[in-house]
Design a protein around this ligand. Structure first.
Ligand SMILES: Nc1ncnc2c1ncn2[C@@H]1O[C@H](COP(=O)(O)OP(=O)(O)OP(=O)(O)O)[C@@H](O)[C@H]1O
Ligand SMILES: [Mg+2]
Length: 262
């Protein structure tokens, strides 16, 4: 089905090197990934393998060293011209602004005042924060702050939403609630979503495809499709099979025997 849809994001032979203390360090090596309009993609991989760097390149906050990133047919050259929203690894809210004001920050300047109010209201409803419009970040739980961050990323109506471990610091129950909310937003808003997560079950629960990265330099080790219909049963045979498969990919880089651990 996805193959018929338009290409949304093309990561084309992308490599990234950083200069650290005069030495060039290979961070990402020859990343190739074509993402279709409305696809939900997750990236999993060890800490430091370049996941956040890849998202920052997609949104134009970091330069691409080699290769190119093409969005809706146009190459990314700056963060302003692309219709992409990003929720960062930390919620990054302004503590002196209310929930509504923080979300408003994501609206482009040219949008009229009356329209801004309607947009904010819609986003607050979508992320389940009705009644908290005037609260300040320090009056919210961590999960609520993350939801404000997601709402701010969504409010500019981006075609593509990048989520960098948005549920990283949440307890298991809140995390599952947030996963359901993201799935709901994805279904309603029909965005292309690219999620970085360390939680393999989360990736299987949400994604059309899971991209497994290897480390140092980061490379795509395998792309695993998840075809079952949503909402997915975390204890189903299919779910367990995919979980084992991903763990095996991780263990392949170590001397450990996966049969012993999985
Ligand atoms: N601005 C920078 N300058 C130099 N090196 C950087 C810069 N940003 C990131 N790096 C390096 O790039 C590598 C990848 O970092 P990145 O944040 O992309 O990893 P990650 O996969 O997101 O890790 P995590 O799962 O811990 O968030 C790290 O070794 C990091 O030190
Ligand atoms: Mg990161």
């Amino acid at each position: 089905m996805n193959a018929e849809k338009e290409l949304s994001l093309n990561i084309d032979h992308v490599s990234k090197r950083f200069l650290i203390d005069g030495r060039e360090l290979n961070i990402l090596d020859d990343i190739n990934l074509e993402i279709r309009q409305g696809e939900f993609i997750s990236i999993v991989g060890a800490s430091g393998c370049g996941k956040s760097t890849l998202l920052k390149m997609i949104i134009g906050l970091e330069n691409v060293t080699d290769g190119r990133i093409v969005i809706d047919g146009g190459e990314v050259t700056s963060s302003e011209e692309v219709k992409i929203g990003m929720a960062f690894q930390e919620a990054r809210l302004y503590p002196w602004l209310t929930v509504a004001e923080n979300i408003e920050f994501g609206i482009p300047d040219h949008v009229a005042v009356a329209d801004r109010k309607a947009l904010i209201k819609k986003q607050i409803g979508l992320v389940g924060l009705k009644g908290f419009e005037k609260a300040y970040p320090n009056q919210l739980s961590g999960g609520m702050q993350q939801r404000v961050s997601i709402a701010r990323a969504l409010v500019s109506d981006p075609d593509i939403l990048l989520l960098d471990e948005p549920f990283g610091a949440l307890d298991a129950l809140t995390r599952i609630n947030m996963q359901n909310e993201i799935l709901d937003i994805w279904k309603k808003a029909k965005k292309t979503m690219l999620l970085v997560t360390h939680d393999i079950d989360e990736a299987i629960f949400l994604s059309d495809r899971i991209v497994v990265f290897s480390g140092r330099p980061g490379q795509i080790r395998q792309i695993i499709p998840v075809d079952s219909s949503r909402p997915r049963d975390r204890s189903s045979a299919e779910f367990v099979r995919i979980r084992k498969n991903i763990f095996k990919e991780f263990f392949a880089e170590t001397d450990l025997d996966p049969e012993y651990y999985i």
